[in-house]
Design a protein around this ligand. Structure first.
Ligand SMILES: Cc1ncc(COP(=O)(O)O)c(C=O)c1O
Length: 588
């Protein structure tokens, strides 16, 4: 076996079932020199590599070396990256893909249509091929796998866009202490220039350098599996090729517009898409923002305009952000107390999961109640899942009292809990829906969406918007959101979150249920919690898991929960391996 085949074999042995092979039956056997399992790994790997190449902006590279360097650095393909590129080039040459160029408009890469995208992929491949030689002989055997990909490409109308997907999850690989020397050095520099409250420097963080799919690499070259999706943002995986491409393409054309004066075209497309997604359908309007707090602020202002009543019932342990308006509805005294003199105190708090306490809280409110603000599942409060029927009871209560129901799905939206929105588990339609985090899979964007009857409480702008901001409708963020929504749908990430989450929960329960000191293991989709009696245990486990290459965070009012919210695209087996590391960290 040559070095490339050897490499694949070694990786497979090292990674075991982490390599997730998806291959059509008729593709197997096209590489007769390798054993079946290697064929599968190789075909899948090569296809992903080829598609990642095509999805990147390789047309901008003038020299092959530049492209290879970019490819290695950005795409997480390490030792065999150069080899793959040469194989790709060789294949393109051999099957005459260069011919495609003649029929392809130079602007094809801008198109988002499926057919044009296929042409674009061919174009990209052909472009790589024209960079130079036909590749070393050792590639001959392996080029077959790339031909398979190219064969798919050469039938443009049937090319599923899903083929451009996140790279497979690689297991942790640690090359230094965690944090390593470069992270320590950056922490020292940060200490001198950042407000002391922002980044915890003791214990120090690992500084991220790049991320792809469910993997993160730090500045010391350590590779982690990220079971947080970076605060529940990277639902489609970090740096999903389609999201990256959409951002790059949009940035190329229009980086910034005048959100509420002369807006970007892409904002319209996104708002239409969000209206289409609103639970229960109907005519909807949206106010965009940049953070989850922004979305909550918009919802609170909307509720006041629509009802004329400033009071809000929110829930104990709830988290709605830290801007002053949103902070008034955030429960934890730690966040509130230093700023209490600036808070309107227009919020009263009921017991989460108990609709009966809402009326009691409302009676105690100094301000007349206009809205109930709820996370259908509490995220930062410790991944707390209310009893089934809770949301329905809130809806009934709001209808009876003329209150608005605001669902804060900043954490739970876009597939996280195994449904598009967590409200969907009970078929409850809120009046206002706040989303953020996973909306744009890594670009700062949020939205407050509501039915027209409610949103039309806002007066039409006569040239001065009552509520806006400089970056409202930021074009690359809108483009990222559109790409992200398409990926969630096409890769069936909502269904995958439900299935992968159920399997992960069973796995965790089997390993932890009888463990002393573990008070609960719960989850809905890929929002999973392991609750410890002693917060020191959960916080310590997060640190130990990090040292073993798996990123998890503690949540809950006391940090008593190890919270598990990986990218929805993570392979079940990769997740299981990473969960075993967390279990060791909890029990070891
Ligand atoms: C449910 C919920 N609402 C609002 C927010 C605030 O979002 P941001 O931090 O983007 O302001 C968060 C953040 O974690 C959240 O989980």
């Amino acid at each position: 076996m040559d070095s490339f085949g050897d490499n694949i074999r070694q990786r497979h042995e090292h990674e075991g079932t982490f390599v997730h092979a998806r291959v059509r039956q008729d593709e197997i056997g096209r590489i007769p020199l390798l054993r079946p399992v290697e064929q599968q790994v190789q075909i899948e790997h090569a296809r992903r590599v080829a598609l990642t190449v095509a999805a990147s902006t390789c047309l901008h590279f003038e020299r092959l070396e530049q492209f290879e360097e970019f490819f290695r650095r950005q795409r997480g393909v390490e030792c065999d990256g150069g080899v793959q590129v040469r194989a790709l080039r060789w294949t393109a040459d051999r099957i005459g893909l260069v011919e495609w160029r003649q029929g392809v408009d130079a602007n094809a890469r801008r198109s988002t249509q499926t057919v044009d995208r296929a042409l674009e992929i061919c174009h990209a491949i052909a472009e790589v091929r024209t960079q130079g030689d036909t590749g070393p002989r050792l590639m001959l055997r392996h080029a077959a796998s790339l031909q398979l990909h190219c064969a798919v490409v050469s039938a443009p109308p049937t090319l599923p866009p899903t083929l451009v997907s996140a790279p497979p999850t690689l297991p942790p690989e640690l090359r230094s202490a965690v944090p390593g020397p470069r992270s320590h050095a950056l922490a020292r520099r940060l200490a001198a220039v950042e407000s002391r409250n922002v980044t915890c420097l003791d214990p120090g963080p690992v500084f991220w350098e790049r991320a792809a799919g469910a993997n993160v690499w730090d500045v010391d070259g350590n590779r982690y599996v990220d079971l947080t999706a970076a605060f529940g943002v990277a639902n489609v995986g970090h740096a999903h090729p389609r999201v990256v491409e959409a951002v790059a393409d949009q940035a190329d054309r229009l980086l910034h517009a005048m959100g509420d004066v002369h807006p970007a075209d892409v904002k319209v497309a996104l708002l239409e898409e969000l209206a289409r997604r609103f639970p229960g359908g109907g005519d909807c309007r949206t106010v965009l923002g940049s953070s989850g707090s922004d979305a909550v602020e918009s919802a609170l202002k909307t509720a006041l305009l629509a009802t004329g009543k400033p009071g809000v019932v929110a829930f104990k342990s709830g988290y709605h952000g830290l801007a002053l308006g949103a902070l008034d509805a955030t429960w934890r005294p730690f966040f509130r107390e230093p700023f209490s003199s600036r808070l309107p105190e227009a919020t009263v708090f009921a017991r989460f999961g108990d609709a009966d306490t809402v009326l009691r809280a409302a009676h105690e409110s100094p301000a007349e109640i206009g809205a109930v603000l709820v996370e259908p599942i509490q995220g930062r409060g410790g991944d707390r899942i209310p009893p089934h029927g809770f949301l329905t009871a809130l809806r009934t209560l709001c209808d009876a009292r003329g209150w608005l129901l605001i669902a804060d799905e900043v954490y739970t939206g876009f597939g996280r809990t195994g449904r598009w929105f967590a409200c969907d588990h009970e078929g409850v339609v809120p009046d206002l829906l706040c989303v953020g985090k996973g909306l744009a899979s890594g670009m700062p964007l949020s939205a407050c969406i509501g039915r027209n009857e409610v949103m039309d409480a806002w007066p039409a702008s006569g040239g001065e918007a009552l509520h806006t901001s400089t970056f409202l409708g930021h074009p690359p963020s809108c483009a990222a959101a559109l790409a992200s929504l398409a990926v969630i749908e096409e890769e069936k990430l909502v269904e995958r979150a439900a299935d992968t989450g159920a399997a992960a929960l069973s796995h965790l329960r089997a390993r932890l249920d009888a463990t002393p000191g573990i008070s609960d293991v719960r989850g809905q989709g890929l929002l999973i919690a392991v609750e410890c009696e002693d917060p020191a245990r959960s916080v310590g486990a997060c640190a130990r898991a990090l040292a073993d290459g798996v990123i998890v965070l503690a949540s809950g009012d006391r940090g008593e929960v190890v919270s598990i919210t990986p990218p929805l695209s993570i392979e079940p087996v990769a997740l299981e391996h990473a969960l075993d590391v967390v279990v060791e960290a909890l029990c070891g």
